[in-house]
Write a protein that binds this ligand. Structure first.
Ligand SMILES: NC(=O)c1ccc[n+]([C@@H]2O[C@H](COP(=O)([O-])OP(=O)(O)OC[C@H]3O[C@@H](n4cnc5c(N)ncnc54)[C@H](O)[C@@H]3O)[C@@H](O)[C@H]2O)c1
Length: 349
């Protein structure tokens, strides 16, 4: 397969390595707005530099990976889907709801495969959580708790176009909340704080956020997000059911120390960031995407459970509700925001 890569920054370089390392990929063509950056990443993986976006798309690649900044995603997805080119697009796909609804409808019409880059769906712990809910091992799911905490904030330029902490950071939790529970969120109550760099507040964003969410079957979820977790990169989830309580991310590298004298010693250093914590999941996500591309071309079996554009729209609705709730200091029902996707994704029922 010949795969195009649009955007070769932090995550684009990770995807470039995964693509080049897959035996089914014989060529990776890189496009980056910063030509030197594109050359460096292409050279590092034995790839090629495409002569701009149009040239890349005109060359009819077998698939495209979009890892450019968030505000470019929607139109890039439309361009690729319109040409029938399968896409793996980094999260979040959309910056706002109107765009999300329009783009999701356009993608649906084309029938083109679009996978959204929520790599937690390929992390072993989160997958076991998914299976525990479905197998009955958990009993009735009653409560969920989720944490996403970065050790330090992204730079000002990233924050300015990121969509803010709910759409950029908590969106991962909003996606796995739906995927794992198999339910929809009906209400969000969120708040936030600015206690760090001035550029975050100046962008209308928060550097600490908490949310309480109610699911359509009455399951309750709490969430915390931070851009200032000094102990390290902390991504965890707890699932509390009538039959068991399970934790994702509670491993030897979790940046969390018990104060109890009989606590087990955790020897290893804490996770430093998403590259470190989710390296295997990013690789697995790209492998699953290539499996889907092969299956869409009529060969092989399509893996289940990828995040569709409709799933991404639904996750954005939750993020929008959180943003409104934080701004207006009140619980916000998703119904207030109008309908989201026609649910063909994983959380139906
Ligand atoms: N799934 C995850 O865990 C994860 C982690 C990090 C980033 N992301 C997402 O990936 C995207 C990129 O984030 P990043 O941290 O790699 O950003 P980055 O700023 O490091 O990289 C973006 C790259 O895109 C290039 N670029 C800008 N406009 C472009 C365009 N129109 N066409 C082609 N290239 C363009 C820039 O020159 C830069 O090299 C964001 O949407 C972010 O939300 C996801």
């Amino acid at each position: 397969m010949r795969i195009g890569l649009i955007g070769a920054g932090r995550i684009g370089a990770v995807h470039a390595r995964s693509l080049a390392g897959d035996p089914r990929v014989h060529r990776v063509d890189v496009v980056d707005a910063d030509a030197e950056r594109g050359r460096q990443v292409a050279a590092a993986v034995g790839g090629h530099v495409a002569d701009g976006l149009d040239a890349l798309l005109d060359s009819a690649p077998d698939a495209v990976v979009i890892a450019a900044p968030t505000h470019t995603h929607a139109e890039l997805v439309v361009q690729c889907a319109g040409r029938g080119v399968p896409v793996l697009c980094e999260k979040p796909v959309f910056a706002d709801l109107d765009t999300a609804r329009r783009v999701a409808a356009q993608v649906r019409e084309t029938g083109t495969l679009v996978q959204v880059g929520f790599q937690r769906r390929y992390d072993p712990g989160y997958r076991r959580g998914f299976e525990a809910v479905r197998s009955g091992a958990l009993g009735q799911l009653r409560r969920m708790h989720m944490v996403t905490a970065d050790p330090e904030p992204p730079p000002a330029a990233y924050v300015a176009v990121s969509g803010g902490i709910h759409r950029d950071c908590q969106i991962h939790d909003f996606d796995v909340l739906r995927w794992i529970s198999g339910r929809e969120v009906v209400e969000v109550y969120a708040t936030g704080a600015n206690r760090g760099a001035g550029y975050i507040g100046a962008a209308g964003d928060a550097d600490e956020a908490v949310a309480v969410l109610t699911l359509d079957d009455g399951t309750l979820a709490t969430m915390q997000a931070s851009r200032y977790n000094g102990a390290g990169y902390d991504v965890r989830m707890e699932l509390a059911g009538s039959g068991a309580t399970l934790a994702v991310g509670l491993d030897t590298r979790v940046p969390l120390r018990s104060l109890e004298p009989n606590a087990p010693a955790l020897a290893e250093s804490a996770w430093s960031g998403f590259m470190d914590r989710f390296a295997p999941a990013y690789r697995a996500e790209v492998t699953a995407f290539l499996d889907l591309v092969v299956a869409a071309a009529g060969a092989g079996v399509a893996p289940e459970g990828h995040c569709t554009v409709d799933d991404a729209l639904q996750a954005l609705l939750i993020a929008e509700a959180a943003a409104v709730s934080r701004r207006e200091r009140r619980p916000v029902s998703l119904a207030e925001l109008g309908s989201g996707a026609v649910l063909a994704g994983t959380a139906a029922g």
